[in-house]
Design a protein around this ligand. Structure first.
Ligand SMILES: [Zn+2]
Length: 271
């Protein structure tokens, strides 16, 4: 039978209704769920009392990123080479964004914590993660008045997931930093494949090239501004570069990136 809706739209609507119902049940039955399914540490699986906390071992498995790191992309260094030093990758191929900072390393210790927040409705973690972002990004806002804005989802993915995880992070981080936050400076002008589903770096760059634009009504706010892009995970930097490119073409004076977690080739402090 023919439908009045397009197939994609109908599928997305059904998914939205289903996830909204599950979300309502979760919210209404939080105490009951805690009784039937006691909270566990998202890192280690141990039983814990605080439904939004971590066990001691879970905290130990999270690797926070502190100096020394590459002055541009924020990749941690194993050795302190001094101030203003760039990593080999930034020297060989400078990123489009001016600087990037990340709160934690994306590795076996943090993966479930981050993916649960991104894909499985664990949005209560935004408060903690926002504090971590503010700690990592404080140096980006010193002496400046930046606008924090999230990497946007395509409208279809936003409807399916019901929230933009980067927007939740951005709002919390901005409140902590006392910075201006705007949720919709950028728009994703075409749907892209999930970056983590693409193996090669080349495929990731091609997937997001030209995927972002500054919203027409917001171009005046972007011109000559200092923008801090907010995202959840930095892997190759392709998504942040594509978004930075759109902002710089619209006249942004400076574009930095602040992310929750970043992949570090070879592990913590590998360079
Ligand atoms: Zn670098």
């Amino acid at each position: 039978m023919a439908s009045i809706f397009g197939c994609d739209t109908l599928t997305a609507m059904i998914a939205q209704i289903k996830t909204a119902a599950l979300g309502a049940l979760r919210g209404a039955g939080r105490h009951g769920i805690d009784f039937l399914m006691p909270p566990t540490c998202p890192v280690t699986g141990e039983r814990i009392d605080d439904p939004v906390g971590l066990s001691a071992a879970g905290w130990g498995a999270i690797h926070f990123i502190d100096e020394p790191y590459c002055d541009q992309c924020g990749a941690p260094f194993a050795v302190d080479y001094g101030q203003g030093i760039l990593c080999p990758s930034c020297i060989a191929s400078p990123p489009i964004f001016d600087r990037a900072r990340a709160a934690i390393v994306y590795d076996d210790g943090s993966r479930s914590l981050v993916t649960g927040f991104k894909h499985n409705d664990r949005t209560e973690r935004a408060k903690t993660f926002g504090a971590w972002l503010a700690r990592a990004g404080r140096g980006l806002v010193v002496g400046s008045s930046p606008i924090l804005t999230p990497i946007p989802l395509h409208w279809r993915k936003r409807m399916y997931r019901r929230y933009n995880q980067s927007a939740l992070l951005g709002a919390r981080a901005a409140a902590r930093l006392g910075a201006r936050y705007e949720s919709d400076l950028l728009v994703r002008i075409r749907a892209t494949r999930q970056q983590h589903s693409l193996v090669s770096s080349k495929a990731r760059w091609e997937n997001v090239a030209g995927a972002f634009a500054v919203r027409g009504s917001r171009i005046g706010e972007v011109a000559d501004a200092h923008i801090v892009l907010i995202d959840d995970v930095l892997t190759t930097g392709a998504t942040l570069s594509a978004a930075s490119n759109a902002l710089k073409r619209a006249g942004a004076a400076r574009v930095d990136a602040l992310v929750l977690a970043r992949v570090v080739k070879g592990g913590v402090g590998a360079i």
